[in-house]
Design a protein around this ligand. Structure first.
Ligand code: PLP
Length: 355
C-alpha cells in the first residue's frame, strides 16, 4: 500500500484570483474599496512588539467583549475565528453530525459543499427557482443542519426575518446557520432572533464591510451553550487562531463602527446607481443587498464578456458552472472605478451594435 492510498483527497474551494496587473480595477472578491478606519494606523504605530513574544489571549477577550456589546449579547455568545471561512469550517464540524443531509441552496457560497466533502458529510442542495428565490417549504425536511448566506452569495438576494424565523421554528432539532457576510450593506440582521431561538447561529466577517480581508477575522454569534461547543472544537484544533495584532486592530474597528457604517452607506449608493446604469445597458440585474451585483446580458455570453473585461484590466468573477455561467459577479468599487467599468461596457455594446 502506498502513501497515496491513505490520503484524504479533496477538491478544494478556489478563491477569486488576486492578479498582479498594473492599474487593474479589481471587482472580483468583494473587498470594500474604502479601507478600514484610520485609527488603525495609530494603533499599529503604538503596538508593543515585546507582546509578540507571548502567545495571544486565546479567546480574544477584549475584542469579544466589544463585539458582544455591539450586538447586545453576552461575551459567552460570541466566538472568534481566523476569518469566517475558519468559523464556517469549525461550525460544520461542531453542529452538522447527524445522518440526514446538511441543507443549503444550490446557488450559494461554493465553500459549503467543500466542507461537506472534507468531513465526509451528506448534503442536499435546495434548488432555487429561475429568479434565484428560495422557498421556506424546502427547508421543512429531515436534515442534520441548515446553512445559507443572507444576503445570498453570489446572487445578492435577501430573505426576510419572517423567512428565517419560519426555518428556525420548523427545525427545532437542528442548528440553522445564517452566514451574514454581507449584512452591513443594507439587510436586516437576524442577530436579535438569537434571544428567542437557541438553534440559531449567525456568522459574520470583518473582511467585507469592515475592509479587513487582509487581517482575517470572523465571528459566530449564538446561544451560550452552542458557542461553548464551538470553542471546544476550536480548542481541539488550534488554541490561538487570532494573533495579537489582529485582536488589537479588530477591537479598534469595533469601537469605531460608525466609520464602517458610513463607508457601507457609500457603497450602497454606488450599488444602487450601478443597478440603474446596468439596466439601462440592457443587463438583467437581480436586486442585490450586498456589495456586489450578479448580472447577465441577454445578448452577450458571460465568459466572453468576462474575458473582454479582463483584457482591459477590469477583473470580475465568473463561474463556468451550469445555471450561472451567463452571469458575472461584479464587486461595487469606488464611483471612479465603476465609471470606467460602465465606459468599457458602453463601448463594447456599441461595437457589437447592441445599444
Ligand atoms: C467572503 C465570504 C466569506 C468568508 O469571508 P472571510 O474572509 O473568510 O471572513 C464567508 N461567507 C460568504 C458568503 C462570503 O462571501
Amino acid at each position: 500500500m502506498s502513501w497515496q492510498d491513505k490520503l484524504r483527497q479533496v477538491e478544494p474551494y478556489v478563491a477569486g484570483e488576486q492578479p498582479k496587473i498594473n492599474n487593474m480595477i479589481k471587482l472580483n472578491t468583494n473587498e470594500n474599496p474604502y479601507g478600514p478606519c484610520k485609527q488603525i494606523k495609530d494603533i499599529l504605530k503604538e503596538i508593543d512588539i515585546e507582546k509578540l513574544k507571548l502567545y495571544p489571549n486565546s479567546d480574544g477577550e477584549e475584542l469579544r467583549h466589544a463585539l458582544a456589546k455591539y450586538h447586545g449579547l453576552k461575551d459567552e455568545q460570541v466566538f472568534l475565528g481566523n476569518g469566517s471561512d475558519e468559523v464556517l469550517a469549525l461550525t460544520f464540524l461542531t453542529f452538522f453530525n447527524g445522518s440526514d443531509p446538511v441543507l443549503f441552496p444550490n446557488i450559494s457560497y461554493s465553500f459549503y459543499p467543500v466542507y461537506c466533502d472534507l468531513y465526509q458529510m451528506n448534503y442536499k442542495e435546495i434548488i432555487l427557482d429561475q429568479d434565484f428565490k428560495m422557498y421556506v417549504e424546502d427547508f421543512k425536511q429531515p436534515n442534520s443542519g441548515i446553512i445559507f448566506p443572507n444576503p445570498n452569495a453570489p446572487t445578492g438576494l435577501l430573505v426576510s426575518l419572517d423567512f428565517i424565523e419560519e426555518v428556525l421554528k420548523s427545525n427545532p432539532d437542528s442548528i440553522v446557520v445564517v452566514d451574514e457576510a454581507y449584512i452591513d450593506f443594507g439587510g436586516q440582521s437576524c442577530v436579535p432572533l438569537i434571544h428567542q431561538y437557541e438553534n440559531l447561529v449567525v456568522i459574520q466577517t470583518f473582511s467585507k464591510s469592515r475592509s479587513f480581508a487582509g487581517a482575517r477575522l470572523g465571528v459566530a454569534l449564538g446561544n451560550k451553550e452552542a458557542i461553548s461547543h464551538l470553542y471546544d472544537v476550536k480548542n481541539s484544533f488550534n488554541s490561538y487562531p487570532i494573533d495579537y495584532i489582529t485582536q488589537q486592530i479588530g477591537l479598534v474597528s469595533v469601537l469605531n463602527s460608525q466609520d464602517m457604517k458610513e463607508k457601507c452607506q457609500k457603497v450602497i449608493q454606488t450599488r444602487e446607481y450601478t443597478k440603474t446604469k446596468l439596466k439601462e445597458l440592457g443587463f438583467v440585474v437581480p436586486d442585490s443587498y450586498a456589495n456586489f451585483v450578479f448580472v447577465k446580458h441577454p445578448k452577450i455570453d458571460g465568459e466572453e464578456l468576462f474575458l473582454a473585461l479582463r483584457k482591459e484590466g477590469i477583473i470580475v468573477r465568473h463561474w463556468n458552472k451550469p445555471l450561472i455561467d451567463q452571469y458575472l459577479r461584479v464587486t461595487i468599487g469606488t464611483d471612479q472605478q465603476m465609471e470606467r467599468f460602465f465606459e468599457f461596457l458602453e463601448n463594447y455594446l456599441n461595437q457589437k451594435e447592441l445599444l
